[in-house]
Design a binder for this molecule. Structure first.
Ligand SMILES: C[S@@+](CC[C@H](N)C(=O)[O-])C[C@H]1O[C@@H](n2cnc3c(N)ncnc32)[C@H](O)[C@@H]1O
Length: 363
């Protein structure tokens, strides 16, 4: 997100397929460092991130506007997850984090819950193996997995998989997931399920990302003859690649070999909402940019707290940056005629304050 030399001035080898994958996998280090910086600057509370840090990673705090962005991104997704978990359902709930990388949400949420939930993380094997090695070394992670009894942890380091009572890590290349693809072992499509893509599907081609949406809507949340069900998704990703700021953002990332593949197709809030509707999250959906969420969703006392942490003197730059990232959400409920509650866990999302100036569906 920081300013660097535009790509057209750089000459170098064109990355191959494996190199391109490596570059995408390394974006997890950026996310990890950004989170570490926001935690160490007082924005977020999380004791797990530090334990996932590779000792070779250079621990440097980020600029105040990056810390603020990480704070709004994390706390907003946390709020939507908390809404999902807070609505009681008949069946156990399930969360599936796509491209989870160094996500610590399971460990942050599980101790505060009165009922357990299932948490599945999907990522490339090289990323999952690295994470499992860190988890094996941290007593806090084992305690987190033991919150609701004996965790029965099984690890296959070669494959990059971990199974426990409620927490699972799956080594999967998401580009292989299409409508009709099998459901990974231990994931239960009959449970009310929330998918999270926190800066992940943006790295897949539009067709690959759409196929994952189709796979989710077809395979999860289907009602049976006797029971309702539901499935929802939260996305966090960049938007507005077409203006001056967006083009510079794209060029800066291209210098590192990173391509935001769905940015053109889903370049505005309106297109993100249209995406949710077209691909089946039709019971409710919405999208807001980070600037709007920062200004409208954060409570006054919390804003006072974060304002005291660091001086944010680049207000204009902050607004511009924050308008180029969004959180979008959608859900679909099936079998509302049944009296059980498995179709209702996303209902709190209907109360979210929605942004009105959402931009064009077409360029
Ligand atoms: C920017 S990181 C975000 C990590 C995490 N969601 C977070 O916000 O902290 C993107 C993650 O998506 C994963 N990813 C991207 N493409 C993927 C694919 N085709 N299959 C599996 N994981 C993928 C990367 O390996 C990386 O861990």
């Amino acid at each position: 997100m920081s300013m660097t030399v535009p790509t057209r001035f750089l000459i170098g080898p064109v990355p191959t397929g494996a190199d391109k994958d490596r570059v995408v996998q390394q974006t997890d280090n950026d996310a990890l460092l950004a989170r570490w910086s926001a935690i160490n600057s007082g924005y977020l509370e999380d004791t797990f991130t530090e334990q996932l840090m590779d000792p070779l990673l250079k621990k440097e705090r980020r600029y105040p506007l990056i810390n603020r962005g990480t704070y709004v991104r994390t706390s907003t997704i946390d709020r939507l997850v908390a809404d999902f978990l807070s609505k009681p359902t008949k069946s156990m709930k399930q969360i599936i984090s796509l491209g989870a990388g160094s996500d610590t949400r399971f460990f942050r949420f599980i101790p505060g819950q009165s009922r357990p939930f299932l948490y599945h993380e999907l990522d490339f094997p090289v990323v999952t193996t690295r994470k499992i090695k860190s988890i094996q070394q941290g007593q806090d992670f084992i305690l987190g997995m033991s919150c609701f009894g004996e965790p029965n942890i099984k690890v296959d380091l070669e494959a990059g998989s971990l199974q426990s009572q409620y927490y699972y890590i799956h080594p999967i290349d998401l580009r292989t997931v299409k409508p009709g693809s099998p459901i990974p072992e231990h994931i239960d499509p009959t449970l009310p399920t929330l998918f999270i893509s926190e800066c992940c599907l943006i790295y897949l081609s539009p067709n690959e990302a759409d196929d994952i949406f189709r796979w989710i809507v077809q395979s999860f949340g289907q009602a049976s003859e006797t029971k309702s069900n539901s499935v929802g998704i939260i996305l966090y990703e960049p938007i507005k690649g077409g203006d001056g700021f967006g083009l510079t953002m794209i060029e800066n990332l291209a210098v590192r070999g990173i391509v935001l593949k769905t940015l053109h197709k889903y370049s505005s809030l309106e297109r993100q909402i249209a995406r949710m509707q077209a691909l089946g999250f039709t019971s409710g959906n919405g999208a807001c940019d980070i600037n709007y969420i920062h200004n409208k969703w954060i409570e006054a006392r919390e804003m006072e707290r974060i304002d005291k942490l660091e001086l944010l003197d680049e207000r204009e730059e902050w607004t511009m940056l924050a308008q180029h990232y969004c959180v979008a959400w959608g859900w679909v409920e099936r079998g509302q005629q049944f009296e059980d509650t498995d179709h209702t866990p996303f209902r709190k999302w209907s109360e979210l304050l929605q942004q009105e100036d959402i931009g064009p569906v077409q360029d």
